[in-house]
Design a protein around this ligand. Sequence first.
Ligand code: HEM
Length: 426
Amino acid sequence: MTDTTGTWGGWGPAIRDDPFGHFAEARARCPVQQVLLADGHPAWVVLGYDAARQALSDPRISKDMVAALQANGDVVAEGLPGPGFSRHMLNVDPPDHTRLRRLVSRAFTPARIAALEPAIRAIAGRLLDELDDADPGAVVDLIEGYAYPLPFGVIGELLGIPAADRPRLHGWFQVLLTGWAGDPPPEAAGASGKIVNYLSELADTRRRRPAGDLVSVLVAAEDDALTTQELLSTLFQLVVAGHDTTASLIGNGVVALLDHPGQLQALLADPGRLPAAIDELIRFTAPVPHATFRVTTGPVTLGGAAIPAHEQVLVCLGSANRDPGRFPAPDVLDIGRHDGSNLGFGHGIHYCLGAPLARLEARVAFEALLGRHPGLRLGAGRDALAWAHGDGLVLRGLRSLPVILGPRQPSPMNDHPVAPKPRRHR
Ligand code: HEM
């Protein structure tokens, strides 16, 4: 039961900006199928929920793409920032994965994440104060002014990136992560190099003068528990994973709620629904529509497809999360679903380490925004929204989101901050 559908990715704006209809058609044809990627490399794309869950947790499907490259030179085009800085937990298998994840997990314990809440709330409040300086009827960019700097500020605090350096880094990441199609342009490689240089210097500074941040924790473990290459790769990955994803969740989530005023009103009427609403917004808006690439180390049967060894596997989370076999009425946004089993944060040993932090950031971001401006509305036509990330398959978010915040108003979100619910680790 296999099917070759031609290409995957490299879509025009219509599919790239709203890919769910395309995913549904492809999934209905076949839950696992062989495709050619836009860069010409072959891959197996996994679209059905059950097959996606298996692919994300099957030990015969490896995350070590560098080893795959060495074994089979043309398996995958090497992405930025290059093999030298790709040695982080998302690109390795056990036992290296276990070792690297354990080290970083020290900064992500439930107590440490909960302790960040006042700082996150302070960042959100300061950003909203700045936006409120504009006339209440003015059009402001919610990505540039709120959704992006909020998680960027939080990951900056966590790692210990001085506030004065963040705008520079922000600029480089914008070049690296947004807007280009096809092969990476020279500016992207340049930006990547600058980020890596910056992180190397930051690590040097912390080797000389440790502080209480995550960079200091990791440099203290250097040599004994991780190599310098793993350290720098890990810092790079944490900054990338830690901000753009959450910014997209906030931006995509605001658009989805404005598209569904009944759901927005239900949320405003009962802020206790926010944690479940955030999971539903992740399922529905797919801030990470595809997991990162994997490769088979031996033959694997997945969703009825017999995949030989040394083949690339691309799990389409955005499709799996709208599989009607798993989610009734999957194309309906329903903040009352109370179903935590969507794959938006992945599954298995690479399940998102930052998921509790992302959920906390999103909860505070929505509480603070809707608590002040429950009447916010789009400041441009729905079709004029500018989606970012060019041809990239792993991230899906807006480049800008023009909104009119409207006057500050009383809102139940102000009165009832929602306590975080403890979650089981997967
Ligand atoms: C809405 C926000 C986020 C989404 C949707 C998201 C999604 C994901 C997904 C799907 C994966 C698994 C990828 C794969 O298996 O190929 C992942 C892994 C990861 N994420 Fe997130 N993420 C988010 C926020 C964050 C944040 C805030 C951080 C850290 C500050 C973070 C750190 C990580 C790390 C370290 C991994 C690798 C885990 C491993 O390999 O063991 N993420 N994330």
